[in-house]
Design a protein. Structure first.
Length: 297
């Protein structure tokens, strides 16, 4: 049991965020290019995300310890259903929304394979745009999201779960501005507060607040077609098990390349590839492939 728990502790940050658009060692909710550009009130968006990631190298304090930790490979196949509704209230644009994750997480270790599948913790909340200039296309929004601990969870599997058995409050501030007629820049800051998980492989898991920054540089190639480069960097989030610090604080970075196109006036398809740049603690993400479909109503 002690060896099993040590593997779960080592992978706390590797799969604890596996339910969101950024999977391992990254933002709790990773934005895509254009997410902080508000749409007019009355528009609804239905989104489907399909994500696959592979991780074979695990790091502690900046050094690879995959073999020492008994870890061979982490694979995730995650889908997300997301509904967004734009409204106007008091002169401001808001977008109440819900995100429902689902899929499978699998961890191969020297002691065998641990896997979980099912429906994850729903995320509810939305964004309010405090500044929205339709002429300059500059915008600034604040987002608040709550992760509800009602997804599938097996305490014996610790971090290798679809649900997390804890509350989370995720907040972001995002600013969008054009740089030229075809280039635009999105800057996002993120802060996450974690509740307690009272059944993490038989232990109590706590986690410090996590912080992050995200940036997207986008280029338009005409109506409905865009390419972008994205950067993510995350800090904090050290965990403790039964009050014992795990020394696994994040200082991790990654990049993504994105191409999106409206294949019909009301249907956008986005393809994204990415990988880690540097990892202080957690899994190094060798490959990430994301697909996103957006239906406009």
């Amino acid at each position: 049991m002690k060896k099993h728990l040590s593997v779960l502790a080592a992978t706390t940050l590797a799969t604890g965020v596996a339910l969101f658009p950024a999977i391992a060692n990254s933002a709790q909710v990773a934005t895509d290019p254009g997410d902080y550009s508000p749409l007019p009130a009355g528009i609804d968006l239905g989104l489907l995300y399909i994500q696959h990631t592979e991780h074979q190298e695990f790091y502690s304090s900046g050094k690879e310890i995959s073999g020492l930790a008994g870890i061979n490979e982490l694979k995730t196949d995650i889908g997300l259903l997301r509904w967004v509704h734009f409204i106007e209230a008091g002169g401001y644009i808001l977008d109440p929304q819900i995100i429902i994750p689902f899929g499978k997480v699998s961890l191969d270790t020297t002691g065998g394979t641990i896997s979980s599948s099912g429906v994850g913790d729903p995320i509810v909340g939305g964004t309010i745009w405090l500044y929205n200039n339709a002429e300059t296309k500059q915008a600034f929004g604040i987002t608040a999201l709550a992760s509800l601990p009602i997804g599938d969870y097996d305490g014996a599997k610790g971090a290798v779960n679809i649900g997390e058995n804890r509350w989370k409050m995720i907040t972001q501030a995002g600013y969008v501005t054009p740089l030229t007629e075809t280039l635009s820049l999105d800057l996002i800051a993120e802060y996450t507060f974690f509740g307690e998980n009272d059944d993490f492989g038989g232990a109590r898991k706590d986690q410090d607040d996590q912080y992050g920054i995200q940036a997207h540089l986008s280029k338009s190639f005409g109506p409905g077609t865009k390419a972008a480069l994205s950067y993510y960097h995350d800090f904090g989030g050290e965990t403790s098990l039964n009050g014992v610090d795990q020394n696994d604080e994040l200082d991790n970075s990654s990049w993504n390349a994105t191409f999106s196109h409206f294949v019909a006036p009301d249907l956008q398809v986005m393809v994204e590839y990415g990988r880690s740049l540097e990892v202080e603690n957690g899994f190094f993400e060798e490959d990430r492939l994301n697909l996103r479909f957006v239906k406009v109503f």
